[in-house]
Design a protein around this ligand. Structure first.
Ligand SMILES: C[C@@](CO)(OP(=O)(O)O)[C@H](O)COP(=O)(O)OP(=O)(O)OC[C@H]1O[C@@H](n2ccc(N)nc2=O)[C@H](O)[C@@H]1O
Ligand SMILES: Nc1ncnc2c1ncn2[C@@H]1O[C@H](COP(=O)(O)OP(=O)(O)O)[C@@H](O)[C@H]1O
Length: 312
């Protein structure tokens, strides 16, 4: 083929999902300030996309869905995507620059790990764009440096999280789709603030976090009802103490037919596990009638993955 017909790929898009903690056991803070966790992550079909294009200098743009507060996302060096680019640059000892466009479907500061999804997507996208050939081991290591939830966003599926959440073991369990109704709040909650409130409310928290055994057993059965009975979140009490209306919302969704409602991670998003797609649509409709944003999604879904072929 003549050289003039060879085209250089102009960009690619990597998609990464939101997470829900099916179990979130939190222990007393460690000497480094982080809390030891035993958590079961699951990924759900609510996504952020990260598009990267070759560029001579770094630039970052954002487009957001209606239910996402775009103003809450910094576009300067403090964006976690910029931190991901710096971390890759340090590893490979070269500048990592690109034009990056984030398209956010995951609510900000919602307990759904949206920033972590962006970081994971950016690691994969920039690695591909610049042909860095970063090993999986190095990608996971960089992900853990960027945030406790970032390694899981690379994996997706169902997984056990230990350490401060960054030690991720994929779970080979029943992959029957689970149907969720996701209800974001108009204002986010700060993760560190919710952990601090956990410490204030639970001064005698045991060093070892509560085991995830019940959720793990329920996941093996593939029964949404069995799983609903075992959902557990140690950060729910502090999140509801900070935002009492979340308790009312949980009761409202359960009355509307959800098997169970629970605060997602550090909140304030509330997620409802439903028995089927139809039941999820019914619960979402009932909550929408009372003025809530209610999104239907299923999972588990894949972690960070390329969705668009290179554009020419
Ligand atoms: C609570 C969880 C549950 O999955 O998720 P979100 O609900 O925020 O999405 C996670 O632990 C959030 O993980 P992530 O948001 O990546 O946290 P990081 O950036 O690592 O840490 C932010 C801050 O949260 C607190 N933190 C985080 C993780 C942990 N195991 N113990 C902590 O005490 C610390 O104050 C830390 O400075
Ligand atoms: N790409 C990003 N997307 C969202 N938030 C970001 C991003 N980069 C930095 N942030 C900051 O991180 C904070 C936590 O964001 P997020 O990951 O959405 O929360 P959570 O862990 O509760 O899901 C935000 O309030 C924002 O200030």
């Amino acid at each position: 083929m003549p050289e003039s017909f060879r085209r250089v790929p102009a960009g690619l898009t990597v998609r990464a999902p939101a997470k829900i903690n099916l179990h979130l056991g939190v222990g007393a803070p460690r000497p480094d300030g982080f809390h030891p966790l035993e958590t079961v992550y699951t990924s759900v079909g609510l996504y952020d996309d990260v598009l990267v294009r070759p560029a001579a200098a770094w630039s970052l743009g954002l487009t957001a869905a209606d239910h996402v507060d775009a103003d809450a996302v910094p576009l300067d060096d403090t964006n976690i995507v910029a931190a991901a680019a710096r971390a890759l640059g340090i590893l490979h000892d070269r500048p990592v620059v690109a034009h990056v466009e984030i398209t956010k479907g995951i609510p900000v500061a919602g307990g759904l790990a949206g920033g972590s999804a962006d970081a994971a997507a950016a690691l994969v996208a920039l690695d591909r764009l610049l042909d860095l050939e970063t090993s999986d081991e190095d990608l996971l290591h960089l992900a853990a440096q960027l945030g406790s939830d970032v390694p899981f966003a690379l994996y997706g599926g169902h997984a056990l999280g230990t350490g401060r959440g960054e030690v991720v073991t994929p779970l080979d369990v029943n992959d029957e789709p689970l149907w969720w109704v996701i209800v974001p709040s108009s204002e986010g909650l700060s993760t560190p603030a919710v952990y601090r409130h956990f410490d204030a409310l639970s001064p005698d928290a045991p060093a070892e976090p509560r085991s995830a055994e019940h959720v793990l057993k329920a996941l093996e059965t593939g029964s949404a009802l069995a799983l609903a009975r075992t959902l557990f979140n140690d950060l729910q009490a502090p999140a509801i103490d900070l935002r009492p209306e979340l308790g009312t919302l949980i009761a409202q969704g359960e009355e509307a037919g959800a098997l169970r409602g629970i605060v997602s991670g550090s909140g304030p998003t509330v997620v409802f596990l439903c028995g089927s797609a139809d039941e999820a649509r019914g619960v979402a409709g009932a909550l929408q009638e009372t003025g809530h944003t209610a999104l239907v999604a299923n999972g588990p879904v894949a972690g960070a993955h390329v969705v668009a072929p290179p554009t020419f």
